[in-house]
Design a protein around this ligand. Structure first.
Ligand code: GLP
Length: 259
């Protein structure tokens, strides 16, 4: 895994956005995997800025979101449908028919999950997957114990995740217990992957994911199996990494890096 450390959340977000723009400028009809949560807010804000000020074009882009809560209507302020629309999609020029987000209200989850997997394949697979990480090391909603070859499916959330995400809801009891999520196997098939994390509360999960053993107990550690996964961190999220000096050295010696 390539580890890229920036002093602040804003700089981390900009570095990650630059990576996304690089893919879109090389392949204007790229298929992107999208993440929700508070971490990617700065990244989406930067992409919107690039769209407005630098004409970054989304007119041929297709997106697949990682996950959605089960039981929340798309209009619910905490549904990932609502989040993506408000934070990102309504500010860019992506055609609405190119947006895929798992359904949290389907009457047939197994059939929907298969259709979602098939749709990713039909669109040529994901070119660039954006990921955040949960404090328990999960990616998307692949909680500890999820198979590293899992596919899109219905998942019961861990108590820790429900507690972490309750900050977005008016009452803690409102957090859905189930979600539909791409699997770790689905995610690992993306041609490129970037994971972003900031803040001291992510430091332990990040250290386990990058430097610990590959284990289904920390599903983000599955990214060690991906040939080119990149992890963008701010200083706080990086502060427990034992190889920190080495990552900084690599960055300094990266071909093309300013001397
Ligand atoms: C949820 C999402 C994940 C996200 C995680 C972290 O569980 N399903 O995709 O990475 O939250 O969220 P935050 O960025 O708000 O810390």
């Amino acid at each position: 895994m390539e580890v890229i450390i920036r002093p602040t959340y804003q700089e981390m977000s900009q570095a990650a956005a630059h990576e996304v723009a690089k893919v879109l400028n090389t392949k204007p009809n790229a298929v992107m995997g999208m993440a929700t949560g508070s971490t990617p807010l700065g990244l989406y804000q930067e992409l919107v800025r690039m769209h407005v000020e630098e004409a970054l074009d989304f007119s041929q882009v297709t997106t697949f979101n990682l996950d959605e809560y089960v039981g929340l209507p798309v209009t619910h302020p905490q549904s990932y449908h609502h989040f993506m629309h408000e934070i990102f999609f309504r500010h860019i020029n992506i055609p609405p028919q190119n947006i895929y987000i798992p359904s949290g209200t389907t009457s047939n989850y197994p059939a929907f999950c298969q259709w979602y997997e098939d749709s990713i394949q039909r669109c040529g697979g994901i070119d660039l997957q954006i990921l955040g990480i949960g404090t328990d090391g999960h990616i998307a909603f692949n909680e500890p114990g999820s198979s590293l070859s899992s596919r899109t499916r219905l998942k019961t959330l861990a108590k820790q995740t429900i507690e972490d995400n309750s900050r977005f809801f008016e009452h803690p009891g409102e957090v859905p217990v189930y979600a539909i999520t791409m699997g770790v196997g689905t995610i690992l098939e993306a041609k490129e992957i970037i994971l972003i994390a900031n803040g001291a509360n992510k430091a332990a999960a990040i250290t386990a994911a990058i430097e610990g053993p590959i284990t289904s107990m920390i599903t983000a550690s599955g990214l060690q199996l991906h040939p080119t996964a990149k992890v963008f961190l701010d200083h706080e999220a990086a502060n427990q990494l034992s190889m920190r000096e080495y990552y900084d050295w690599l960055e300094e010696k990266r071909p093309g890096a300013p001397r």
